[in-house]
Design a binder for this molecule. Structure first.
Ligand code: C2E
Ligand code: MG
Ligand code: MG
Ligand code: MG
Length: 288
């Protein structure tokens, strides 16, 4: 009977594992040709100044629509790209597409805004990153000070190699942001060695902020610390006016989240930039 059960369990678990492995395999295989087949695209999420409602920047976010597998989450395919050594060509495509888009908006007469691009920590440690960024800036005509690179806290170490990459990037004139701030391993002390332009407070803190008093205290302290260190702050994942209002009271001036806009197409951004105010929200009534 035990043997019978064992057999059944085996029969029960095996298909599931195989399906997952097969899915992963198919994702890996198709990712290699996704760029060529033009299955990747970028959407852009506004970063909004609470006081004015102005869009001061956008974050470029990758999307992959596979003809058979459908929409695949970036969390899934970025991790896959890192695993199979595809992250460099993918980052290059993202950088080039985002910079071309920023230049196109400006050529269309729209106000200049910052373009933020995510850089995988795996790629950040690569010696070629600096030259890749330089090449893309040169080839697209992107103004360096309008490009912001978002890296997660895992690269924030006082490690010599990291520090010199940071310096080289700063020398290029691009901006640097720490993404998902507060969730990583970095000690606050390591911040003093870095010339970071912006810290993005992770959406998990924002999400819990009004439910859990500890999160609220942590956010208040993070914002105060950033202000004292003269880092810009962006709160990520802001979904309600109440969250926005609290953040503003704490001294956070810029937010990114569904309250203002989900990530949208370049055309949608152009429309929003045309009257550079995000309508449909009463945000700025707080500051009056
Ligand atoms: P991230 O860089 O922290 O990007 C913010 C994520 O939060 C995005 O998810 C965005 O759609 C989502 N978000 C924005 N506002 C809200 C909100 O109000 N509520 C909630 N619940 N979510 C919100 P997305 O686009 O699924 O991307 C997930 C992650 O995948 C990104 O997190 C980033 O780490 C990575 N990623 C996306 N595109 C790229 C890329 O081109 N390169 C690299 N290296 N990573 C990327
Ligand atoms: Mg990001
Ligand atoms: Mg983030
Ligand atoms: Mg993230």
């Amino acid at each position: 009977a035990a043997k019978e059960r064992g057999k059944n369990q085996y029969a029960f678990y095996k298909p599931e594992l195989t399906e997952k492995a097969e899915y992963r395999f198919r994702v890996e295989q198709s990712l290699r040709e996704a760029v060529e087949k033009q299955q990747l695209s970028l959407v852009y999420q506004p970063q909004v100044q609470i006081l004015t409602g102005n869009i001061i920047g956008v974050e470029a976010l990758s999307r992959w629509h596979h003809p058979r597998l459908g929409q695949i989450s970036p969390t899934e395919f970025i991790a896959t790209a890192e695993r199979i050594g595809m992250i460099k060509p993918l980052t290059e495509w993202v950088l080039r597409t985002a910079c071309n888009q920023a230049v196109a908006w400006k050529q269309a007469g729209l106000p200049a805004i910052r373009m933020a691009v995510n850089i995988s920590p795996v790629h950040f440690l690569d010696k070629d990153l600096v030259s890749l960024i330089k090449r893309v800036l040169d080839e697209t005509g992107m103004v360096p000070s309008e490009l912001e690179l978002e890296v997660t806290e895992s690269i924030v170490q006082t490690d010599q190699q990291n520090l010199s990459i940071f310096r080289e990037l700063k020398d290029l004139g691009v901006l640097l942001a720490i993404d998902d701030f507060g969730t990583g391993y970095s000690s606050f002390a390591s911040l003093k060695h870095l010339t970071v332009d912006c810290l993005k407070i992770d959406k998990y803190f924002i999400n819990d902020m009004l439910i859990d008093n500890k999160s609220k205290i942590l956010i208040g302290s993070m914002i105060e610390m950033c202000r004292n260190l003269e880092h810009k702050i962006i709160a990520e994942g802001v979904e309600t006016e109440e969250q926005c209002h609290t953040l503003q009271k704490f001294g956070c001036e810029t937010v990114q989240g569904y309250l203002f806009s989900t990530p949208v197409s370049p055309d949608e951004i152009a429309k929003l930039l045309n009257n550079n105010v995000v309508h449909g929200s009463s945000m700025w009534s707080y500051s009056r």
